[in-house]
Design a protein around this ligand. Structure first.
Ligand code: 3PG
Length: 212
């Protein structure tokens, strides 16, 4: 498996963030690092995403920062040029996946069905995002599809929280879980980075408890 994806496995939970103002990137990164999850998927949903990735990657080399909601090859290039170490997308867009593979960008495309998972495997990928996880049957769906797809690992995201994340993390075919519960938009907007740090620490402790 790709070294960056292995690092994601070690961290266990990937905070999925929407940053509206790049000014928030530094305090957010500090809260995540202090809380024990030195990682973020910065979603390309806002004009501030690219600059936020740049600020985090330049100032916090210990952070594993990636880009989420990447919908075009051009966004993947912009994200990596800004310092993103991995690319995540909600669905499997063959153009984006091919572009990432051709350029050596670690990529976890979103999948929800066996056909999409096979499509990812046909590109040689061994990690897929499972999105939106809870709406698509959650862990029981992953367990059902994992059986035939030996070697495929999953990054469930969507509807995961401090309660249900334990069961996902306990299953050995889960690479890591993505979620926004510790970095909710209202906490970022109100500058409540102490709360983000607290929720991040709670999440990091769950990873330790479950995975050791
Ligand atoms: C997203 O696309 O915002 C992520 O899947 C996060 O989902 P969540 O807010 O349910 O954790």
């Amino acid at each position: 498996m790709n070294a960056v994806l292995e690092q994601l496995q070690k961290i266990g939970i990937v905070p999925v963030v929407v940053i509206n103002d790049a000014y928030d990137a530094k305090p957010l990164a500090e809260a995540l690092i202090k809380g024990g999850l030195p990682c973020a998927e910065v979603t390309f949903r806002t004009a501030a995403a690219e600059e936020s990735i740049r600020i985090i990657s330049q100032n916090y080399p210990e952070m594993l920062v990636g880009a989420g909601t990447v919908l075009t090859p051009e966004q993947a290039d912009r994200a990596v040029e800004a310092g993103a170490k991995f690319i995540v997308s909600p669905g499997l867009n063959p153009k984006v996946v091919e572009h990432c593979i051709d350029n050596g960008y670690p990529v976890a495309p979103g999948t929800a069905t066996p056909s999409e998972m096979e499509q990812a495997m046909s590109f040689g990928l061994d990690v897929v995002k499972f999105f939106p996880a809870e709406n698509n049957g959650g862990l029981s769906m992953i367990k059902a599809v994992a059986a035939p797809y030996v070697g495929l690992k999953f990054m469930p995201t969507g509807g995961i929280n401090a309660t249900n994340v334990r069961d996902y993390l306990a299953y050995d075919r889960i690479l890591c879980c993505g979620g926004s519960w510790m970095v909710k938009g209202d906490l970022i907007k109100s500058g409540n980075f102490a709360k983000i740090e607290e929720l991040t620490r709670e999440a990091a402790n769950i990873v330790k408890e479950v995975r050791g």
